[in-house]
Ligand binder design. Structure first.
Ligand SMILES: [Ca+2]
Ligand SMILES: [Ca+2]
Ligand SMILES: [Ca+2]
Length: 240
């Protein structure tokens, strides 16, 4: 074999080995899980979580999660405690977000460009390819009020019946001295193949967008290395 061919083969081998190692890291990381408990009382969507007794947090932080884009300086720049609950009618989502600069300027399907929480559902927990858009898959965005916007916004992507969910979703937020709190509810009946009473588990992910005043947009993901790939989602278990 000529010398330059050996060099080329070595280079290709190094590239393939590194690429393979990266993919395997996502596959062999311990699976993220969170329990979604049954609400003990009425949950009011008002951006105040005093009605959220005993919900289990899932943390999305620089040390616990994967920074897909941008940079997280420290936990005061961006860190999130995320909560879920359900009752007879609704599934509930809430997040206590530490973000040093709350920036929201967009509306509707563009809210991912602002400070925003994204919830990813694979209700049948049946995805075998990295592609969403099945009847039971949803991407749900929640973005807070701020100086640039008077009320919280929500949006639903990646589902054939996204409009139905958008009509029924409720969202509210409050600003805090460290960032914001956001709270939302969705009627279970409008989410395809979701039934917390008879179902144990769904595929689940959380990603968080952080836009700061320097214009840098950061995106971090709770489970896996690609927020939108349902084969890398964690699991949400329904509990009493
Ligand atoms: Ca509340
Ligand atoms: Ca920030
Ligand atoms: Ca921000």
């Amino acid at each position: 074999m000529k010398k330059q061919n050996i060099l080329l083969l070595s280079l290709v081998t190094v590239v393939l080995v590194n690429y393979g190692a990266d993919l395997n890291a996502a596959e062999t990381a311990p699976e993220k899980t969170v329990n979604c408990g049954k609400a003990k009382g009425k949950i009011t969507i008002d951006g105040d979580l005093k009605d959220w007794a005993k919900a289990e947090p899932a943390y999305v932080t620089k040390s616990d999660s994967y920074v897909e884009k941008g940079k997280v300086k420290d936990d005061s720049d961006l860190s999130v405690a995320f909560y879920t609950l359900y009752d007879e009618e609704n599934i509930y989502f809430a997040a206590v977000v530490t973000d040093d600069e709350v920036v929201t300027r967009q509306k509707d399907g563009a809210i991912w460009q602002d400070d925003c929480i994204e919830i990813w559902l694979d209700n049948a927990d049946d995805s075998t390819t990295p592609i969403m858009f099945a009847d039971d898959d949803y991407q749900i965005g929640l973005s807070p009020q701020s100086g640039g916007r008077r009320s919280a916004e929500s949006y639903v992507w990646h589902n054939p019946d996204a409009d139905l969910v958008m009509k029924e979703i409720k969202v509210s937020s409050t600003l805090t001295d460290k960032g914001y709190i956001i709270e939302a509810s969705i009627p279970i009946k409008v989410l395809y193949e979701l039934d917390p009473k008879s179902q144990k588990v769904i595929g689940f992910n959380i990603s968080v967008c952080d836009l700061d005043k320097d214009g840098v947009w950061t995106h971090i993901t709770w489970s896996g290395k690609l927020h939108s790939d349902p084969t890398q989602f964690g699991k949400l278990y329904f509990a009493e």
